[in-house]
Design a protein around this ligand. Structure first.
Ligand SMILES: Cc1cc2nc3c(=O)[nH]c(=O)nc-3n(C[C@H](O)[C@H](O)[C@H](O)COP(=O)(O)OP(=O)(O)OC[C@H]3O[C@@H](n4cnc5c(N)ncnc54)[C@H](O)[C@@H]3O)c2cc1C
Length: 139
């Protein structure tokens, strides 16, 4: 990762949170090993394991849903978020007073580079969508 483990999901906001990366290490008996080696940075696969460990302890997360609409009810002062899961054809309506929007950024692709895009040259934003074919192409 390009940032320190201290910029994990919680530490900079609340160093005493049980969801810190250091607590993840402690719960897997790896804290001493990590501390002695004085590593400031962790790998992406390690960060992935840490995030899964946190997610596994939270019961209020929904994955795989697309947010289709967000409405605001002025009378009740709440947001009404409508979500859809294509894989199960199910819908969820979530009512909430607070809403944080994190939909990522639009990939920036200067127009004079578009002509060079092909099956081997792609924007990093497409990596996860095309990971399978990239791995296949190495064989
Ligand atoms: C190759 C690469 C390496 C990077 N390395 C690092 C690093 O080492 N350290 C670091 O700190 N940062 C790194 N970054 C930057 C970091 O990934 C981004 O700053 C961060 O992911 C932005 O978070 P985000 O939540 O705004 O967006 P994202 O991580 O893009 O997440 C947005 C999510 O919203 C979902 N979404 C969009 N619309 C909807 C909808 N209607 N309904 C439901 N879901 C929706 C998308 O599918 C996506 O999963 C890297 C970025 C790239 C591309």
């Amino acid at each position: 990762m390009q940032v320190s483990y201290l910029a994990d999901l919680v530490t900079l906001a609340d160093p005493s949170s049980k969801f810190s990366y250091l607590n993840f290490l402690r719960s897997h008996n790896r804290l001493i090993q990590f501390g002695v080696h004085e590593q400031g940075y962790i790998t992406r696969s390690e960060y992935n394991r840490y995030c899964r460990w946190v997610c596994g302890q939270l019961t209020n997360l929904l994955f795989g849903f697309t947010v289709e609409s967000v409405d605001y009810n002025r009378e009740l002062e709440i947001f009404i978020v409508s979500c859809y899961d294509k894989s199960t054809d199910s819908r969820q309506i979530i009512r909430t007073r607070k809403l944080v929007v994190g939909i990522g950024s639009q990939p920036c692709l200067p127009c004079n580079t578009r002509q060079f895009l092909n099956e081997k040259v792609l924007h990093a934003a497409d990596y996860m969508y095309r990971r399978g074919e990239i791995i296949q192409s190495k064989k």
